[in-house]
Design a protein around this ligand. Structure first.
Ligand code: AHG
Ligand code: MN
Ligand code: MN
Length: 381
């Protein structure tokens, strides 16, 4: 097997498509190097004393694990000095992290979920690091949160590392999806899968079933149809998997086909799902689309959503095109049915209202006539 390193791949990709200028290549290489360090720390586990809860909460009120903080620090440190970035944002930090003045400022913005699947850290189950790269807006001087408010379609690169039986890097720069395996002895990322395509024929779904009682009707309908198997309306048997690390669930369906869902539910109307648009949904959506799949929030293409805040949450449906289109269609149908009912109620109300008006005016007129009759002089004919 010819061994193509990450650097060689990026250089050749630049020659082919002209989409990876030197600064972006440096950025991706630095992120990949940081992911090597994180993989090392994850691999050491208890030997490194990095397991367990850190007794601090992140901006979203979630308890941080030691490894969440360590991974965050590794990514910050690695990316500060290279001159390729203007600022970073992380799931674990309240506000953005501009590049300190002592270093040159570059033209890219980096966002990351340093450790995805935190609940699996202590039990030796696959976890990962997700990242997304945006271009800083033209003419930006001092980076602000507003500069990050760009739709996912503006991403110039996205990827994740998965720390599983093997450590792998899955990367897109807008021309397909490629996978690199970490050669631990050499410390090198080696291209092991080119142009990965999600199989259309989905037979797996991933969702946290314990939330079923809170789901909205379109999700319940779709999951019930999948559970009905061959004799149901979808006509095939589905298998279910839920690792509870998005990186692992997405990595599996990237290869097997299927659909991953983390929907919004009825528990808290102000919380549209659990996952974060900027650190999880957008980078995964870019990867999935580049692999021929689809990703929506149930209503619209994920990559078209205009973000309004850094830590915004969103419902996520991603994977094989057919399944994602179906659940999105069920959401649209629900909205349409809702509108129809509203319209019917409205027109019912209107009829009643008009009738009431009519009745009132007839009564008033009748009363006037009666009164007029009463007060009118009677003439003898
Ligand atoms: P994070 O560890 O970065 O907070 O992300 C965890 C996410 C995601 O990886 C996974 O799909 C989901 O949370 C699991 O949620 P449940 O524990 O509700 O199943
Ligand atoms: Mn995560
Ligand atoms: Mn995380």
């Amino acid at each position: 097997m010819q061994r193509i390193s990450l650097t060689r791949f990026l250089v050749e990709e630049q020659r082919r498509h002209n989409t990876i200028p030197v600064e972006l290549r440096l950025l991706i290489e630095v992120v990949a190097r940081a992911q090597k360090s994180i993989s090392h720390a994850v691999g050491k586990g208890a030997l490194n004393e990095v397991l367990g809860v850190a007794l601090t909460a992140n901006v979203q009120g979630e308890m941080q694990k030691h490894l969440d903080i360590l991974a965050n620090d590794i990514l910050l440190e690695a990316n500060e000095w290279g001159g390729h970035l203007a600022a970073m944002a992380s799931e674990e930090m309240e506000s953005i992290h501009p590049i300190p003045n002592r270093y040159p400022q570059g033209e890219y913005l980096l966002l990351f979920d340093p450790l995805d699947g935190s609940s699996n850290i202590d039990v030796n189950v696959s976890i990962g690091t997700i990242f997304s790269v945006l271009k800083a807006p033209e003419g930006m001087r001092t980076p602000s949160e507003q500069d990050f408010m760009q739709s996912g379609s503006k991403q110039v690169a996205a990827g994740y590392a998965i720390y599983g039986p093997q450590t792998m890097l899955v990367l897109t720069t807008g021309h397909g999806v490629n996978c690199f395996t970490l050669d631990r002895e050499m410390g090198a990322w080696i291209l092991t899968e080119s142009n990965v395509q999600i199989p259309d024929n989905a037979e797996e779904f991933a969702i946290n079933m314990s939330n079923a009682r809170h789901w909205h009707p379109p999700v319940t309908r779709f999951v019930n149809e999948m559970l009905a198997g061959k004799t149901g309306s979808l006509g095939k048997d589905y298998n279910m998997r839920w690792v509870a690390s998005m990186v692992a669930d997405v990595h599996r369906l990237l290869h097997h086909g299927g659909i991953f869902m983390y929907p919004a539910d009825a528990r808290d109307p102000d919380r549209p799902g659990k996952l974060r648009l900027m650190y999880e949904a957008n980078p995964m959506a870019m990867i999935i689309e580049q692999a021929g799949g689809a990703c929506t929030d149930g209503k619209q293409r994920m990559l078209d959503i205009e973000p309004t805040s850094l830590h915004q949450r969103v419902a996520v449906f991603l994977g094989s095109r057919g399944e994602v289109e179906l659940i999105t269609q069920y959401h649209a149908q629900q909205t349409q049915d809702g509108l129809q009912t509203m319209l019917q109620d409205l027109s019912q109300d209107k009829i009643e209202h008009d009738f009431q008006d009519l009745l009132t005016s007839v009564t008033v007129q009748a009363a006037t006539v009666v009164n007029r009759k009463k007060s009118a002089p009677s003439y003898r004919r």
